[in-house]
Ligand binder design. Structure first.
Ligand code: ZN
Length: 763
């Protein structure tokens, strides 16, 4: 990640604020951002931001980095990158003219603790610089991204002279781009690419349109394409917004290779003879929404490929994109156009120095210490070896989050311990005893932030990356459970919750809960899963969920229902086909009054267990915990009257209640473990004991309403029945519930575990 803190003691500057592009495993993510929370912690130490060039992996994170810094922290960049930065900050409402400072090559300026001199380097975007950072404690040189283009299209040559003079002056620490350290030899010039492009376009004269694809920011390449257009008498047409965006930024800075007005409008394509057209597109990496990708699949409104087209692939296939780029090129090829791509065509050159160039500059600078930057860890290691092979004695390789301390070696005997290059580390270097002039001082665990291309930004957890993986690979099971509670249990709990209820009523309620177990109406569906012939998996899931609920006691909380059903569904999926899908279970009360009964029962259990097994304590009538109660009893289920009643209880009654409490405690342990819960076989048929009260009608309807949903829609494989609704009396009761009742109900059904539907507002 190109986002590096460099400092002296604890005064730092931030070099670049880049992002990374996620690979295919970070589903739905478009950007990986640096740890802005770390930068925010260090905001008081970060005195300035300096940008080496305008590539996204160097400026793309600014909209997130800028808010993390102090509002007065200045931002320095060359003219062209500054145009891109201004536009980006405007898009994010972060534009503040006073903070932005344009820098010029070879013109020193004060940058935090350093005197900074920008040094011209060549790369694949205009106006790139390296940084010379001088301080009393030594000189640090950071190259930025670079290559040596001997014949740059814009005439701005690599500043060899200054690198050579730095070698004479003495450099304590040198940091250089490692991207192409494994590539032998030297990069070719953009001028060679220009020649190849011109020849290829001229070779297609009279045969139809020429379409090129390139990185939108590569204005040198745009200039070469323009040369080819001029040589062949064609007009340039851009298809892809970002091409205009970069050309206009260059125009504002006086660096445009041609006037944006010369570009013809994509809407007017049909007005031109195909032999007069040179179309430039985005999408060289087959990005899903880019124009060439869409055209390859016949989805672009602007670009319809024709068999007579010549497609010039003027870019590099970035490792990781290989498969989808080949798929795109295959699709294009099948539509008829001729394609030119590959190394021999010379239609692209890298913007990063090859080994020969790296060695050349290493020999100019002759640093005391070398730190390879910009590249995979393996490349950094190879670059460190290259430095040692070229006479640099002290090299180090660090990871993101590590801080490296470096001291200038004044002479053989004296070692300064003053200066340090800190790379996003947490440890202070001030006052540390040092035995070497280059060592890792500390490390912090940095957090990557992800952005979904829109407002969504957060950590991997916040963006649900693991869930996305599970959903994509394993699928999802969604299960809705209507929980029915037996009227006898509800009545017993209500009686036990009355103000003057005694322990006998509590014991009766506990018995009723144990005997009158839950009934369930289950609906279950899946997405992204193989369900077998005849929806076998759905059948099994339905049965497993129903059985799991109906093993629970009649007053089990909804959260317990969701937990045991989710467990049962997971086990079923694993047994069926070794899948581990995301499982979402939403349970709700068939009758809201029944839920209140369960809540009251849970409160009674909690309060009862406060007594412990101390009989005397119980008989003494301890103060009870308060809280709202069933049927509007605001004083709690055991008010003052209840205590008096308890004091009159016989020993036998008290022992009975305590025994019941113990039994309930054990039962709660069993609830947590479905395997050891009582089996459904012990249950008697709920319907057979129901009378004709409103409650029982509700239960009867519930029992008749079981159904399942087929994957892909509501058209169930099983015949659907009308779902039962609570009778009107129940709705009326709900309206009469006392204030605070719903809050109590929420409290009694905590959804604090994501698996149980943490985001679901209940009721
Ligand atoms: Zn770059």
């Amino acid at each position: 990640m190109n986002c590096m803190l460099i400092g002296v003691y604890d005064r730092y500057i931030l070099v670049d604020a880049g992002l990374m592009f996620p690979d295919f495993t970070d589903l739905g993510m478009q950007k990986i951002l640096p740890d802005t929370s770390f930068l925010a912690q260090w905001r008081d130490k970060i005195e300035a931001v300096v940008i080496t060039h305008g590539h996204e992996d160097h400026i793309g994170a600014l909209p997130w980095v800028v808010p993390a810094l102090d509002p007065s922290t200045p931002i320095y960049a060359g003219g062209f990158p500054m145009q891109l930065i201004k536009r980006r900050l405007q898009e994010f409402n972060l534009y503040d003219e006073g903070r932005l400072h344009t820098i010029n090559m070879r013109q020193p300026f004060q940058l935090g603790p350093f005197e900074c001199t920008p040094i011209r380097v060549t790369h694949s975007i205009p106006d790139c610089c390296g940084l010379v950072l001088r301080s009393d404690h030594g000189t640090i040189v950071h190259t930025g991204d670079w290559k040596i283009d001997e014949n740059p299209v814009d005439g701005e040559v690599f500043d060899r002279e200054m690198f050579e003079s730095l070698g004479r002056e003495g450099v304590a620490l040198f940091m250089s781009d490692s991207t192409n350290v494994l590539a032998p030899g030297r990069t070719t010039s953009e001028a060679l690419v220009e020649t190849s492009l011109v020849n290829r376009v001229l070779g297609h004269q009279g045969k139809g349109r020429v379409i090129t694809t390139q990185f939108a920011s590569n204005l040198h390449r745009m200039a070469a394409v323009k040369k080819a257009a001029d040589a062949s008498g064609r007009k340039i047409c851009f298809i892809g917004m970002s091409l205009n965006h970069y050309l206009e930024a260059a125009q504002r800075e006086g660096r445009a290779p041609f006037d944006p007005k010369e570009v013809i409008d994509a809407a007017d394509l049909d007005d031109y003879d195909p032999n007069q057209l040179l179309i430039v597109t985005t999408g060289s990496q087959a990005e899903p929404r880019a124009q060439l990708t869409m055209a390859a699949h016949g989805l672009s409104h602007q670009l319809k490929l024709q068999a007579s087209d010549l497609v010039l692939y003027s870019a590099k296939v970035i490792p990781g994109n290989d498969t989808r780029v080949m798929q795109m090129m295959n699709a294009i090829s099948q539509m008829g156009p001729e394609i030119a791509m590959g190394r021999d065509e010379n239609l692209h050159t890298s913007g990063h120095a090859y080994k020969g160039e790296l060695e050349e500059v290493m020999r100019y600078v002759k640093p005391q210490h070398f730190l390879p930057v910009h590249g995979e860890y393996a490349f950094l290691t190879a670059h460190a070896q290259l430095a040692r092979d070229n006479g640099v004695n002290y090299t180090s390789v660090i990871r993101n989050g590590q801080m490296l301390g470096v001291g200038e070696r004044r002479n053989r005997n004296t070692v300064s311990i003053g200066s340090a290059a800190g790379v996003a580390g947490a440890e202070e270097i001030l006052g540390r005893e040092r035995t070497d002039t280059m060592q890792v001082l500390g490390e912090v665990e940095l957090i990557n932030y992800y952005n979904d291309g829109n407002k969504g930004t957060g950590t991997a957890t916040e963006m649900g990356l693991e869930e996305r993986q599970v959903l994509a690979v394993e699928g999802i099971v969604v299960c809705a459970v209507d929980v029915g509670r037996h009227p006898e249990m509800i009545r017993a709990v209500a009686e036990a919750s009355a103000p003057n209820a005694g322990p006998a009523a509590a014991a009766a309620a506990a018995r009723a809960a144990s005997q009158r177990r839950l009934k369930a109406n289950v609906r279950v569906t899946t997405r992204g899963m193989w369900v077998g012939l005849g929806d076998r998996l759905l059948e099994q899931l339905h049965t497993a969920a129903k059985e799991a609920v109906e093993r629970l006691p009649g007053d089990a909380a909804l959260s317990a229902v969701e937990r045991v059903v989710a467990d049962a569904l997971r086990r079923t999926c694993k047994a069926f086909n070794r899948r581990r899908p995301e499982v979402v279970v939403i349970a709700h009360e068939f009758d809201p009054r029944a839920g209140a009964a369960a809540a009251a029962s849970a409160r009674r259990r909690d309060t009862s267990s406060d007594h412990g097994t101390d009989l005397r304590g119980f008989q003494g009538g301890q103060q009870q915990r308060g809280g709202g109660g069933w049927q509007g009893q605001q004083r709690g289920y055991q008010g003052r009257g209840g205590q008096q009643q308890q004091q009159r209880m016989s020993d036998r009654e008290a022992r009975e209640v305590l025994a019941e409490n113990d039994r309930r405690r054990q039962q709660r342990v069993r609830e947590a473990d479905l395997l050891s819960a009582p089996k459904g076989a012990e249950l008697e048929d709920l319907a057979s004991s129901a009378d004709s009260s409103d409650d029982d009608q509700a239960v009867q309807q519930l029992l008749g309403g079981a159904e399942k949903i087929a994957p892909g829609g509501d058209s169930g494989a099983a015949p659907k029945k009308r779902r039962g609704r609570p009778p009107k009396a129940a709705a009326a009761d709900l309206q009469e519930l006392p204030p605070g009742f719903l809050d109590q109900r929420r409290a009694a059904n905590p959804r604090d575990h994501p698996e149980q539907g943490g985001n679901v507002e209940y009721p």
